[in-house]
Design a protein around this ligand. Structure first.
Ligand code: SF4
Length: 351
């Protein structure tokens, strides 16, 4: 087991490297630390799943790596993409990268599609902004081809958004995000508002996109079933930090972090005979728990856990995990491995 000062070394096929990213918002009660020291890489043509409960910072992280945060957000750290750092980059340069290089697929397409504009107009506007050198006919052809790859026939090109079902609108949004063939796309809960059959179709489309265009995708979801189906690797996020990151199949088979284990145990499947839930709720990010932020809810918490934040270590299975159960032993103070007395920190044992 080795201590890793950064979550990964950078491989040659890396498209984006996020290093020690911090995003916070000032409020009257104090700073909300939505993302607090996150590092990971995304490789070319892979889908990395980002999973965790609501309020753990997933969407803020997804928008943060695209430089799409509101003005009130403060950002530190690095998001390295194609040799450039998106943190601190001028708005003008960021705008020029969004679309041709960086894309976002939203959760609710109707909030992004203008109901007064035909689908064709949405595409022509995007193409005119980023590829003005194309003729109108070339733009039309490109748009129709991209929509066709998403299963939208050319006969629907001039329809308005309200003339489509929810699943078709989501496909249109995906086509809009991909029409410029970006290298990296964030898909933020892209199937949340859809039924299970349509969800399966959208996941198939995303898999095709990855295969056919070599696109790298950061897929944000609270649904572990989607991760299992669509992602090569998974990052499990808790309270603004990454608890565990590794090969999705390995993480599901042998979760190294107690939070991952509890998340998996609370997933309902056809074989579920009794319901499991994680006691308590994710913490307030203005005043998160000391040390390991999961300690008030962790069934394995030890004395060291509320005292010190666990560093990231790499397990024998090549999973990066931030949990004292995996060491490093030489950083655990004497007696630190003893079980945590819940009463001592005023937390009832709900397990
Ligand atoms: Fe539980 Fe401690 Fe590991 Fe945190 S560091 S997940 S509290 S055992």
């Amino acid at each position: 087991m080795t201590t890793t000062p950064e979550l990964h070394h950078v491989r040659p096929d890396t498209v984006m490297s996020v290093r020690d990213l911090r995003i916070w918002y000032g409020t009257a009660r104090g700073a909300v630390r939505a993302v607090d020291g996150v590092s990971f890489d995304i490789r070319r043509g892979e889908t990395l799943g980002l999973v965790g409960e609501s309020g753990c910072g997933k969407s803020t992280l997804g928008r943060g790596v695209l430089g799409l945060l509101p003005d009130a957000a403060k950002v530190a750290g690095h998001v390295l993409f194609e040799g450039e750092d998106l943190v601190g980059m001028s708005r003008r340069r960021l705008r020029s990268l969004r679309g041709p290089q960086l894309g976002l697929i939203f959760q609710e397409p109707m909030t992004r599609l203008n109901p007064l504009m035909r689908v064709s107009q949405h595409f022509l506007e995007t193409l005119r902004t980023h590829q003005p050198e194309l003729s109108k006919e070339q733009m039309r052809r490109r748009a129709i081809d991209t929509l066709g790859a998403m299963g939208i026939p050319p006969t629907r090109f001039t329809n308005y958004p309200h003339e489509f079902s929810g699943g078709m609108r989501q496909r249109i949004m995906i086509a809009l995000a991909l029409v410029l063939n970006p290298a990296f796309v964030v898909a933020d809960e892209p199937t949340t508002a859809l039924d299970v059959l349509v969800e399966a179709q959208i996941l198939t489309i995303l898999a095709d996109v990855k295969r056919n265009f070599d696109t790298s995708i950061l897929l944000i979801t609270h649904n572990l079933g989607i991760i299992a189906e669509a992602c090569e690797r998974v990052a499990v996020m808790y309270a603004g930090r990454i608890a565990e990151l590794g090969d999705a199949r390995a993480v599901f088979a042998r979760p190294a972090h107690p939070y991952t284990r509890e998340l998996l145990a609370s997933t309902i499947s056809l074989s579920t005979t009794s319901l499991h839930y994680i006691p308590g709720a994710p913490p307030d990010l203005i005043a998160p728990p000391s040390g390991c932020r999961f300690h008030p809810r962790c069934p394995d918490a030890m004395t060291v856990c509320p005292q010190r934040h666990p560093p990231v270590v790499t397990t024998e299975l090549n999973q990066d995990v931030a949990c004292w159960l995996h060491g490093p032993d030489d950083q655990i103070p004497p007696g630190g491995s003893a079980p945590l007395e819940r009463e001592a920190i005023g937390v009832a044992d709900e397990a």
